[in-house]
Design a protein around this ligand. Sequence first.
Ligand code: NAP
Length: 475
Amino acid sequence: MSTQKVVELPRRTVSSVSPLTGELLREFEQHSDDAVENKIALAAKTFRDYRKVSFAQRAAMMKRAAEILENEKDTLGRMMTQEMGKTLKSAVQEADKCAVGCRFYAENAERFLADEEAKTNAARSFVRYQPLGPVLAVMPWNFPFWQVFRFAAPALMAGNVGLLKHASNVPQCALAIEDIFRRAGFPEGAFQTLLIGPDRVNKIIADRRITAVTLTGSVGAGSSVATAAGKAIKKCVLELGGSDPFIVMPSADLDKAVETAVQARVINNGQSCIAAKRFIVHQQIAEQFEKKFVARMASLKVGDPMDAATDVGPLATEDVLKGLEQQVQKTIEVGARVLLGGKRIDRKGNFYAPTVLADIPQGSPAFDDELFGPVASLYRANDMSEAIEIANNSIFGLGACAWTNDAAERDLFINEIESGLAFINGMVASDARIPFGGVKHSGFGRELSHHGILEFVNVKSICIQEANGGKSRTE
Ligand code: NAP
């Protein structure tokens, strides 16, 4: 037997593999170093003119992108479903949501970035918002269109140009998005896809022509990108993982809370950063909640994501399936109780059974980590205060929701929960009109609303003195 160490080389292809059948759908050669260099050069060249394009012209192109998304949502939806396994109905909705995001920034960007008058000792002072240049976006597969559009729509409307390094398992979606912007009339070079692996990201961040980077993905990837951005002194936005709490108090409408809890856990086959993952229920109603919740989780239809009746499709990749399997297994080994599921489904494809765990020990993967799949963790609390304490005992702080009709509990939750989004009696969701992002290991910076478009602009302060020599220094 050879003792020689096998060195694993980075893959030189990016592939679409069906999560339903394991079949290789398409394979693409990674872009060579020369091709990447040409794309960065084109981005920098395009930016020099594109930054001067009027808001009205940019808006017209962004609205055309919205029309393409709406007109082609069925085809685009099928592509997403084939490539990463989300249900077709949710994929079609995702294309529609991207169109809404494009229109939102087409209609509001000029107002968000209008000059702002300020009062100083100068004759006139104001703030002008200007684009930064080529921005690199490193994106995940779970919402393969929405994650990209919620970066691209504000970035392009602000006058930046974008380079997308999408997740390696969704190259067809990545290329389709580039094509949509091109067909919408954006200049070649305004939005380009790089088919590359993660090992090539840091070199691009270090490139002087790249002005900023945004990453949506796992904590590990975020830490790596933030380190590279810090080293190169570049602006960086991170949208990372979450282990969102879903708190239920006795005054809540229990049936509505249960129905929403199930939906909030299995949305996107359980693979959403803002999916509810930890259900913290008041002792008084815990048994009732548990019974109803388990019954509803057991009734979910798992199957082909193209089928309109399917609630839960396959996980996106075999690695995601294996990772989830290990996390649940370890949690069970250290003492968690399985109320439902607890294993992969014995059939072709990356299927994991809807699962409910209780008595989760501290230090177990279900307690500490993010579970990306249809696995719910149940906890009990004696009051809202204790529920918040359990909720905050996490490295994450992305979304959170509380179900209560008690005003004092509501205020306590709003004030004390450590999260970027806090919803009452409803499911946490992204919406172009409100900022989206987290605290703690869920990242920093914000996407969406006017906050999102301000992340990648130079906030330039301008002071104009009277020509007859007014004082300029205010110290
Ligand atoms: P991931 O493995 O971190 O990948 C995300 C992106 O980062 C991919 O393009 C990936 O490329 C790239 N990447 C991975 N490691 C990297 C590194 N060391 N340096 C540079 N780039 C790197 O995450 P994922 O599995 O695709 O997505 C799931 C995660 O995203 C979950 O944690 C989820 O909560 C989080 N997420 C957060 C939000 C939010 O808004 N907060 C939204 C959606 C998802 P390759 O694919 O080529 O490896």
